[in-house]
Design a protein around this ligand. Sequence first.
Ligand SMILES: [Zn+2]
Length: 103
Amino acid sequence: MNYSKKLRGWSLRDAADAGQLLEITCQFCRRTYRFFPHDLLKLTTDVSLDRLAGRFHCEVCDKSDYINLRVVQIWGSENGKLSVRRLVRINTVKKPIWEDGVL
Ligand SMILES: [Zn+2]
């Protein structure tokens, strides 16, 4: 099913405000991951969801071509049933920048 039309004009911030979850499915491996939009907002600026799907890679096959993103509305009855991936921390990698000069 193609949700891209629905996702256009709906951003990460909109989904966070609406209390929705993002469900990322690799249709190649049938692997599903769920995320809280506000976790993703710590990693990226607010973007339209149809543009976000292409940024995900499946952890199993490492492909992004088969990623399907959909928005899941939480009704409360799912509490304790749905698995959700939480952001634990963001590691900042220290990257040295060198410049050759003279003494
Ligand atoms: Zn996969």
